[in-house]
Design a binder for this molecule. Structure first.
Ligand code: IPM
Ligand code: MG
Length: 339
């Protein structure tokens, strides 16, 4: 195993963010020790709670920290609604560092309610374009328009990512789109997808409309391997997909670009549980597994997965949402102990 020195920024975020992040860092500390990894992490302030103090959810000092780091672990951050309100922290970082693939693995876990047993599929969401481009305008007080930007380059890089991922798995990629209505934007996505598919003759490539996929994720989730789709469709179907394997509390996320990445749970900041040390930290712990995999430390990543599965199988230290009474921090420490 190489001895690269990794610098990781940690943004705890808002609401339950600090709880789940600290629980996950117990696990990272244990893995570092067990595998002798040189991973140094440094905390940065970011999130909605910064707005009053700094006028922004991403202060300059934090941005500088991100730039001198190799990647970032980010807890959930609150994103308010309303004209002129701050832009989502996650979306800003995804754009700034061109983290074009948002990878959300949906895998059944022991003793966690799954719609069918042993599900294992991944949603790969385009992460920099579509309706998240911020191109939204009022025409007059009765009409507004949002632009759904889709570029050949944006489709190309995320589709390639999905095919490369499928190579290491069940060798099946499904494009999720709505090209019957969005003839130009999703038409382009589909054209690029099938062009790239020609470079991967060993991988089955097919496609389906997004509305149909929302049904099939429920009726036949076992038939999927890698689903690739544009930004907003990916946001929506990844929440649905997460519910199918136990909920957004257990599904991690990796936002991956060419030489930078951000790891975050897919759930939100759940403000009502702020400071209660209550919710389960699995999504953030498994996001750290994804970080270790991304760094090339597969053994360490597998150790995290196994430790999570062991704690769930034992069923002795579980948070309330998993049917137990343990605190978030206790569950983090229990997983760390298994490492
Ligand atoms: C997600 C979240 C974010 C998104 C929000 C918090 C801006 O829902 O990561 O899926 O819409 O991308
Ligand atoms: Mg979402």
């Amino acid at each position: 195993m190489d001895n690269k020195n990794w610098k990781v920024a940690v943004l705890e975020g808002d609401g339950i963010g600090p709880d789940v992040t600290h629980a996950a860092l117990f696990v990272l500390d244990a893995v570092k020790q067990k595998f002798g990894l040189n991973i140094i992490y440094e905390f940065g302030e970011a999130g909605f709670h910064c707005v009053e103090k700094y006028g922004t959810n991403l202060p300059n000092a934090t941005l500088e920290l991100l730039k001198r780091s190799d990647c970032v672990i980010k807890g959930p951050a609150t994103t308010p609604e309303g004209t002129g309100s701050i832009k989502s922290l996650a979306v800003q970082i995804r754009e700034m560092f061109t983290l074009f693939s948002n990878v959300r693995p949906c895998k059944s876990l022991p003793n966690v309610k799954s719609l069918k047993p042993n599900l294992d599929f991944i949603v790969v969401r385009e992460n920099t374009e579509g309706l998240y481009s911020g191109l939204e305008y009022s025409l007059d007080k009765n009409a507004a328009v949002a632009i759904r930007l889709i570029t050949r380059e944006g489709c190309d890089r995320v589709c390639r990512f999905a095919f490369e991922l499928a190579k290491t798995r069940k060798k099946h990629v499904t494009l999720v789109h709505k090209a019957n209505i969005l003839k130009l934007t999703d038409g382009l996505f589909k054209e690029v997808f099938y062009n790239i598919a020609k470079e991967y003759p060993d991988i089955t490539a097919d496609d389906a409309h997004v509305d149909a996929i929302t049904q099939w994720l429920i009726t036949k989730p076992e038939t999927f391997d890698v689903l690739v789709t544009e930004n907003l469709f990916g946001d929506i179907i990844s929440d649905e997909a997460a519910q199918i394997v136990g909920g957004i509390g257990v599904v991690p996320g990796a936002n991956i670009g060419t030489n930078y990445a951000m790891f975050e749970p897919i759930h939100g900041s759940a403000p009502k549980y702020t400071g209660m040390d209550k919710v389960d930290p699995i999504a953030t712990i498994l996001s750290i597994k994804m970080m270790l995999d991304w760094m090339g430390y597969k053994d360490a990543g597998n150790a995290v997965q196994r430790a999570v599965e062991k704690v769930l199988t034992d069923g002795k230290v579980l948070t309330y949402d998993l049917g137990g009474t343990a605190k978030c921090s206790e569950m983090g420490k229990e997983v760390a102990k298994e490492i």
